[in-house]
Design a protein around this ligand. Sequence first.
Ligand SMILES: [Zn+2]
Length: 225
Amino acid sequence: MQLTTEASCQGTSISFNEPTLSLEWSLDVFRLAGSRGLYNTLVTNGYMTPESLSLLIDAGLDAMNVDIKGDAEVGRKYCKTIDVEKVWSACQLARSRDVHIEVTTLIIPGVNDSEATLRSIARRIATDLGPDVPWHIARYCPAYKFSAPATPVRTLEHAWEIGEEAGLQFVYVGNVPGDPSDNTYCPACGSVLIRRHGFDILQNNLRAGCCPDCRYSIVGVWASV
Ligand SMILES: [Zn+2]
């Protein structure tokens, strides 16, 4: 906590090591950070019980990015028979308790890049969570035990189109710096709201969380400008 003050951090994010494996530690961090006015986030596979998620929310969880890795078959085949419905349920619970949710899908050729799988994920984000929930379509690159070539950009662009067709308002292609979908566009008038390159924010046009041109309110947690 001392380091967050010294570095002028605005919040915490428990990530990289799956945070559901360190529930008690996360609860301690969230309570401490919340008492100092910091926000708290998770980057997680979302595979948690309603009880543990409720504990995290009560301790001060503000937002989480959840991996939806695929459909039921992908869960069975590649994720040691996990039930992906539990992940969707966790997302719905968080959403119902006003936790900001974003979904990420790492698209791996031959694993979860089929038309049916991508359409099913996009449709469920729109219907089960809401069309204003951002969907990040991340590019896979070979590592460790996976040697398949990196995801073709064309596949990611098609997934982006699928997200748009499903009615999702915020679809981003990840791990392709310079892709036009790095930017956030106003769902109502199309204006560029946030211009990015990779992880860098080049321009933020939001005014109090709204489009400067048409005043459409953009979902998210924004610094007041
Ligand atoms: Zn607008």
